[in-house]
Every structure is written in C-alpha cells, then in structure tokens.
Ligand binder design. Sequence first.
Ligand code: ADP
Ligand code: ZN
Length: 520
Amino acid sequence: MDTPIEVLHRVFGYDSFRAGQQEIIDQVVAGGDALVLMPTGGGKSLCYQIPALVRPGVGVVISPLIALMQDQVDALRALGVRAGFLNSTQDFDERQLVEAEFLAGELDLLYLAPERLRVDATMRLLAKGEISVFAIDEAHCVSQWGHDFRPDYLALSELHERWPDVPRIALTATATPATHAEISTRLGLDQARHFVASFDRPNIHYRITPKSEPKRQLLEFLRTEHPDESGIVYCLSRSSVEKIAEFLVDNGIAAVPYHAGLDARTRALHQARFLREDGLIVVATIAFGMGIDKPDVRFVAHLDLPKSVEGYYQETGRAGRDGLPATAWMAYGLQDVVQHRRMAMEGDEAHRRRQVLHLDAMLALCETVGCRRVMLLDYFGQKGSEPCGNCDTCQTAPESWDGTVPAQKVLSTVLRLARERRQKFGVGQVVDILLGKKTAKVLQHGHDTLTVFGVGSELGNTEWHGVVRQLLAQGLLAVEPAHGALVLTDDSAAVLRGQREVLLRRDTLRPARTKSTTTG
Ligand code: ADP
Ligand code: ZN
C-alpha cells in the first residue's frame, strides 16, 4: 500500500504537503474523524482524496456543489483516479453506470449530492460496497446559523450510526467559533480531532472605499491597478450584473455576466471562459464562485455590501490563490446600509436577529478605523494579531472626528419629521432640510419652517450622507422596513440629550494607488 506522501508525488505530482495536510491525512488514514477549518485555496480536497486512495474501499464525498461535480471528476480521472458522481443532473442510465462501477469496486471516489442520501436506494447501494472514508465538504451547510444552510445536511449525522467504523472528515472554509461548534455538535464530531488552519490570506490587500459614483470608481480601479487581469466583480442583483458587465464591455474591458437567471448553457460557457482565458472579468451575483479553482484571480471587487463577514471573506478569498498579490476592493455607501437594514427586518424573529448580527459585523468592518485584517481574523476566532500593513486603513490611517453635533442635527431632524403622521421621509429629505434647500418637496411640507432648516451648512451633501450612513451603521438611527423612512432607535436619545459622544470616521475618497505600489 502506498503511503500518503507517495500518493501525493505519484498521483498528484506535488513535491510536499502544505501546512496541515499531512496531520489531517494521517488522522483519517488511521481511521479517526477530523473536522477541518481551512481557508479557500488551502488545499482541503487532498485531505480526503489521499485517504480515499490509501485506505481500501471507496471514498464517499458529500458535496452541495452539483454544478462542479463533473469538473471535479474529470480532473481526477485525468490524473488516473477512478472517480464518479451521483446527482440529480444525471439520467437513469448514467446513474446505473456509476452504481455498477461502485459495486464492482472500480471506484476510488464517489461524489454524492446530499439529497441523494434521502433516497433509500442510495443508502442500500452504499451498504453493498466497501467505504474507506466519508468526506463532508462545505460542512458549514449544516449550520442553521450560517448563510448556506441545507436541510439535507442535518441527516448526515446518520452516516456515523450506520457506518460507525468508517472515518469521517468534515471540511469548511467558513467557520466562526459559533459555526465551528455547531458543525461539531450537529454532525456528532465531538470525538473528532479539530484542525484549524490560519485564516489569514496575507497576499490579499483589503480596501473598502466610500461609494460615490460606483461605475466610475470601478473603472478607475480596474484601469489603474488591474488592467487586463482576471477578476470577479460582485453585485447584489441580476440586473446590476447585466448593467455592469455591459458597461465594462462598452469601455473596452473583457467581461461576461453570471447569475442564476441566465440559462445553464450560458452560465457554463462563461464559467469555462473565465477558467481558461487570461484577463477576463466575470460580473456576478454570489451564485458564482463556490468551489471555483482559478489560482490567478487578481482581484475581487464588491459593488454592493455582502450580507455577512463570512460571505465577504469567502468571496474575497477567491482572489490570489496562487499566493501572489491580489486586491479585495469594495465600494460601499449609504444606500447599501439602508437596503440591508431593510432586508434584515424581513422574516421571523430568529431570522431577523441573525441578520442584524451579521449585518452589524459587516458594517463594523466597513467603518473600522483599525486594521481590516485584524478585525477579520478576530471575527474568525484568531485573536490578537498585529496590524497587517496591507490594508487601506493600515496604509492610510483614517481620521476619526467628533461627530456629536452633526449627529444631533440629523437625529433632531428625524425626530421632527417623525411627528408627521401622513408621510414618511428618507435620507434625501433630511439632508435637504439640514442644507436649507428649498426643494419642491421641502416647501410642500413646510419643512423650511422647521428650526433645523439650514442648520447644517458646515458639511456638504456627501458628508451628510456619510454621517447618516455611519449613524445607521452604529445603530443610532434605523430604517423603517415598510417605507424606508429614517427613525430613531433606543440609543438615539442619549445622543440627543448630549449624554453620548459620537465618533465618526472621516470619509476619504483617496485617489486609487498605482499598480506598482500594489504589486511591488
Ligand atoms: P480548497 O478546497 O481548500 O479551496 P483545493 O483543495 O481546491 O482548495 O486546493 C487549492 C489548490 O491548491 C488546488 O489547485 C490544488 O491542486 C493545490 N494544492 C493543494 N495541495 C497542494 C500541495 N500539497 N502542493 C501543491 N499544490 C497543492
Ligand atoms: Zn491592516
């Protein structure tokens, strides 16, 4: 029987193991369970593929990434590994063929969609073969707390009851201490050894910039820092994906759209082009990227705020897998906060609480005056790291300023508008009033007679929007879900009474750095 290192050389053609791989593989080869937390690109696949090749029997891999199974199996077959998959995209004949291979002992690895395990026939099939290891990929899908919950994953705890002697390895790139604990409990992995790799991606430069004219800002970022390089631009909606892709093409930049509304053929084509071609940009919703293994993605840009820090980390983690410098760039503005605050108010109570916590953590990352990486690592349970020197706040320390008086002006305007029963007002009206603008809407409602009318001449339009954004981010203001109107929160009163200071981050729209400083 080959040893793991021999399989690494002979089958995969690599010289040495990466950090953590050897220990994890040894644990599973010896028949023990493992829970593996490793960032995207860390090399999780080998951690179950090699045990599957070293131990007798078939390695069964549970994965929700149905769209990628064909590619994964093709790649393994190209290396001479006997791999197959079973999922809902196959017809009866294709499935039969794989089942026959499994029963004949002609497979090293069998990829299974989680819903297959609900089918009795699959369980009977597995019972007839010899299984070397169960690998549970994307294990965070078992977490109801997380953002990718799949009910089918809850049933995976049964595998251990039916096959108590088969080692299990659960893997994920997304795990806060809470998710980590939940995976362990739900999958019954408390006896497993836990392997937690560092979540730091030192080659990724993090930058979050206030959004003013997103298209222009994106274009400038691409032209000055990543001309002709491969990358992903994430947008929230399908329609903005289409618009941005078109905008880039109109400006002479090679880009294709990707979202769940496109037909399967177009999606497959765009994904394949992205993997094969140099310098192509994919503009996508979060439907794009799970499990995509392209080492030379030089940047990930967000034009909209991700729903959670987990999402942000996972999406930005697709950049720079080859270890060379890469950029995670995001433009973020007031409307993002308003929209997310509203979305966070939807659904049942438990869901809302979760959403709000996720959003607060994401906003804190955006508004921090400290190192972004320290904050990210802290979020994932790696406490106490040093400022990185490779994020925007490290490189240009943002100033904070005492925004108590401007905050009071905003809050008292909101307070006055809230007294009007018939109509609700949003950010635009508040800022117009502060700036003393006699717009039609201001005059129509007699808002030019309010005592706060025109008291805000010390700041400009953009700055006021920034103040409102930060008040929302800090929970000193809220958005009413039904109308999107601004309303006070329980914490607003202390500010209005002068009992609480408000520290704000000075928004700076720095000129984009030149390419040489990013990569040098
Ligand atoms: P993950 O699943 O953790 O995101 P993968 O398993 O897809 O990561 O591995 C990321 C990339 O690193 C792949 O291209 C893989 O072939 C490569 N890789 C993994 N382990 C090694 C190793 N020991 N030596 C060289 N390359 C490796
Ligand atoms: Zn930093």
